[in-house]
Design a protein around this ligand. Structure first.
Ligand code: ADP
Ligand code: MG
Length: 322
């Protein structure tokens, strides 16, 4: 199969979006940006063996490559306009390409976005670069630098699932025997098929202050908001929302109890808002703390004592050795 047949077979699809004037096939794609809207652009690269295990199912790779990019649009409250795909492939394996394309296009259809272009090359290392284009209204774009003292800090969904899913994939022998099969499958699906919180982000763009998607872990991503906004925060570790599967695993292995603070890849939204607007949050979300004027992040455990960062993450031993 030559390069052009490959592109036609796997990546050229009909696009029903009237704003896509021209999609795959010409030198450039043409997109109509609504009058008075801002264009948002974001790119993420995924390298096989580094960003996903080599033996990840191609469908999941296709899904996740798109999901992590759409999540960046969600984090700013934008709506997707189009997406491009750069693919560096060791070989044109038809089964792999079919699975990858299916995962990619299925999520694209679900999110109402078209693949409008890209580039395909042969290269020893499987590498995937996705660029998303989005639109938002000026003044309604959620930035990291907009948190204010007194804001509530909240997250969508549950945290720690993908981190536990990764543990299950990498070290299956360490999964507690009590964990039911369907809960284990749920955690691995949270790792491999994250849901970009686009609807939530667009809803939040009306009233929230700052937002970010949790790709690197709650503490790391919250710290980005605090640094950009020049504020501090206090969060309550006991309020971090956990799925039933995560709760069961952490109960069976209490040494992992701070994992939901630091594990990445959940792609939930972390956002701050004026407490007066909390009643407008009409989707699953949980308040975990608040923004304060004093810089720094304080995380309290069940006893109200501050947790301290150590080598492997947070622990319960506060002290100057951190
Ligand atoms: P050019 O040589 O003009 O850069 P290409 O030959 O690389 O164009 O690509 C031909 C067409 O196919 C272009 O419209 C390009 O955007 C599209 N395309 C190439 N690879 C992909 C891909 N992986 N996914 C989607 N579209 C692609
Ligand atoms: Mg060209």
């Amino acid at each position: 199969m030559n390069e052009f047949a490959l592109i036609r077979r796997y990546f050229q699809r009909d696009c029903a979006d009237p704003a896509v004037l021209l999609g795959v096939g010409d030198d450039c794609a043409l997109l109509k940006l609504p009058a008075d809207e801002i264009l948002l652009v974001s790119t993420d690269l995924l390298v096989a063996g580094r960003h996903f295990p080599m033996d990840t199912a191609p469908f999941d790779i296709g899904h996740k490559a798109l999901a992590v990019n759409l999540s960046d649009l969600a984090a700013m409250g934008a709506r997707p306009l189009g997406v491009t795909l750069g693919l560096a492939l060791p070989k044109a394996d038809a089964d792999w390409l079919a699975g990858f394309a299916e995962g990619f296009h299925a999520l694209a259809a679900e999110c109402g976005v078209c693949l409008v272009g890209g580039d395909t090359v042969a290269s020893p290392q499987l590498t995937i670069a996705v660029t998303v284009l989005g639109a938002g209204q000026a003044g309604r774009i959620l930035r990291r630098d907009a948190a204010k003292p007194g804001d509530l800090i909240a997250v969508t969904g549950t945290l720690g699932d993908a981190g536990l899913g990764l543990r299950a994939v990498m070290t299956p022998e360490r999964v507690p025997a009590v964990l039911p099969r369907d809960e284990l499958d749920f955690l691995v699906a949270r790792l491999n098929r994250p849901s970009p919180r686009l609807a939530e982000g667009q809803r939040l763009s009306v009233f929230a202050h700052a937002a970010i998607d949790i790709s690197d872990g709650l503490v790391q991503d919250l710290t980005h908001i605090l640094d950009a906004s020049g504020v501090g925060a206090e969060i309550d570790a006991t309020r971090i929302p956990l799925s039933a599967a995560a709760r069961n695993w952490l109960q069976a292995d209490p040494t992992l109890d701070t994992l939901p603070l630091t594990a990445g890849d959940d792609y939930e939204l972390l956002f701050t808002l004026d407490p007066a607007h909390w009643d407008q949050v009409d989707f699953p979300a949980t308040v975990i703390g608040s923004i304060r004027a004093e810089p720094g992040l304080v995380i309290r455990d069940a006893a109200g004592n501050p947790l301290t960062l150590s080598q492997g993450g947070f622990d319960h031993f506060a002290g100057p050795t951190a």
